[in-house]
Design a protein around this ligand. Structure first.
Ligand SMILES: [Zn+2]
Length: 283
């Protein structure tokens, strides 16, 4: 018998058959949430409340269990929805504002919906896929190709040089907003090789002494952010303006006005790097 994580969200493609259910509602890649969702640890709607959206349902999938209770994601058709007590919230906004307990389930809901919508046909022979009854997997009965939700690993790095850290910005970001450098891991690369390549491509410096910090899902649509701290071998930056609009060294107590919130990997990593530098400086 399956043993579930007692206090957390447990990813699972199958139901355990709980009496109650929690429902995540996705509509046009946004989430339908209670107006005061950000005050709560857990953002899903109970199944009774979700019933008013049932007529708009396109498909539903089990995503796992929260404290032993089955969780489903419903993808709703692109229709006008009366939202009275609810609001339609952008995925990015949900991730920035929801509690850590809801984060994984929101990421999973979004990724599973995106995977389901984009894998109806086999990528090899073009025949219609069928979905497995036991796992989140599309199968082609013609050529046996399988399609699981695609996860794309990325590295995200704060580079440290003495009491300063390297942060960069993209042209589309709000004025004053800076974050850690990040990029996709190319086929065949290790995370550490990707870090060395990305940093030299984007700002022209070599790094060494890389330390893994932690990972976090980032469902745009299937990124897995692997957070690292690295140390610079030099401090002279040569900025590649095709990738970023600016990059600079910031002293740990003089960070730019806009850095990402502590709910997401970039924000966690910057605060961790700052605490490391501050600790070293005071000792
Ligand atoms: Zn096929």
């Amino acid at each position: 018998m399956l043993t579930l994580l007692p206090d957390e969200f447990h990813s699972n493609p199958s139901y355990v058959g709980s009496k109650k259910k929690w429902i995540f509602l996705v509509c046009q890649d946004k989430f339908i949430l209670n107006r005061d969702y950000y005050l709560h640890d857990w953002v899903a709607l109970d199944d009774k409340t979700a019933q008013s959206f049932k007529a708009f349902r396109d498909f539903k999938l089990c995503i796992g269990q929260y404290k032993g209770i089955d969780c489903e994601v419903w993808n709703l058709k692109n229709v006008e929805i009366q939202l009275d007590n609810f609001m339609l919230v952008d995925l990015r906004e949900v991730l920035i504002s929801c509690n850590a307990l809801s984060f994984s389930a929101v990421c999973r809901s979004s990724q599973i919906v995106s995977w389901y919508k984009t894998n109806k046909f086999c990528g090899c022979c073009g025949k219609k896929n069928t979905i497995s009854s036991t796992e989140h997997c599309f199968l082609c009965s013609h050529c046996n190709l399988t399609n699981y939700p695609k996860i794309s690993p990325c590295i995200i790095v704060v580079v440290i040089n003495e009491d300063k850290c390297l942060l960069a910005r993209q042209p589309s970001w709000p004025k004053g907003m800076y974050s850690a450098l990040a990029g996709f891991i190319e086929a065949g690369e290790s995370a550490e090789e990707a870090i060395r390549r990305e940093i030299i491509e984007e700002v022209g410096i070599s790094v060494s002494d890389m330390h893994y910090f932690g990972s976090q899902s980032w469902p745009f649509p299937g990124q897995l952010m692997l957070g690292y701290i690295a140390y610079a071998k030099s401090n002279k930056l040569t900025i590649n303006n095709q990738e970023i609009s600016d990059a600079n060294w910031f002293k740990y107590d003089q960070l730019p006005a806009g850095i990402p919130p502590s709910t997401i990997m970039s924000g966690k990593l910057i605060r961790y790097a700052v605490s490391k530098m501050a600790g070293k400086n005071e000792s």
